[in-house]
Design a protein around this ligand. Sequence first.
Ligand code: DAH
Length: 349
Amino acid sequence: MTVDEVRNHFIHELDEVGDLESLNNLKVKYLGKKGHITELNALIKTMPNEEKKEFGQKVNSLREEFLSLYEEKKIKFEEQILNEKLEKETIDISLPATKITVGAPNILEKLIEEVEELLISMGYDVVDGPEIEEDKYNFEMLNIPKGHPARDAQDTFYLEGEEILLRSQTSPVQVRTMLKNKGEVPIRMICPGKTYRRDDDDATHSHQFMQIEGLVVDKDISLSDLKGTIDVIVKKLFGQDVETRFRPSYYQFTEPSVEVDISCFNCKGDGCPICKHSGWITIAGAGIVHPNVLKMGGYDPKVWSGFAFGFGAERMAMLKYDINDIRVFYNTDLRESRVFDRKEAEQID
Ligand code: DAH
């Protein structure tokens, strides 16, 4: 074949070729050992010298033309193969994803944090005390000596003899805080924490529960300071239109002592099952710190005075989130946290 014939052939054949394999075969057909272009090249040797140069150049440019057309085709086929592969291996992102259950914050913790945040903004410290407590702090230094009938209502778990127990209230932290401050500086503290009693568990009793204790010791502290403080807490938790009422009560470590009632946030005083149709709900115990307690805590009652309060954390959460069984907090049933979640969501709406 002449140079022109070879050229016509491969232009036609390259045009027709459909895949990488036949393209490579074509390369062998033209440039292999016995390929058409290779054969043309071999002819050069046999030619008279004056024709060699021109013919050689022709064959050379023919070879270059073939190679450049071949490369062009090769890139096209490779791209095609890659695209087909990518298409085959794409991930179908329209498939529904596996559902991951999202937890909800523990509502007791949430309530406690809400109270803490408020009282910190009012200058209070949040303090901690041991759950394994001494009889001395849990009872005696709170004006409840051995044999006092008030101990009956706070029977608890004893760990070693009669002196080491699981605290039945957070009030011992009052004593510990006073002793730590050595009768010298004013105190403003709250202590949220776990408490224990030997109660049989039912809808309103749990052998483990939480209290939020508060203590203020300063000069000229009065019952109205207590009422104002409680009122701020109550309004924050239950709404601005909720009112606070004090009823006379009795605690050994406060004198006078009060029961703190709030006006029913549900029926606004008309009477409903939440307030047992009285229009009021009892929410805490409180009072003016008893002089004996101040004295035992190292504070001179002639100089210092104070108020204290103790909220039941579960009781507040039960009221706030409309829960009718305290065991919900301790039975680790995950469905319960979803229920509270929904309540929250409704409130946010
Ligand atoms: N510790 C009391 C209880 O568990 C609650 C209480 C009442 C705490 C009056 C106080 C207080 O600080 O002043 O029943």
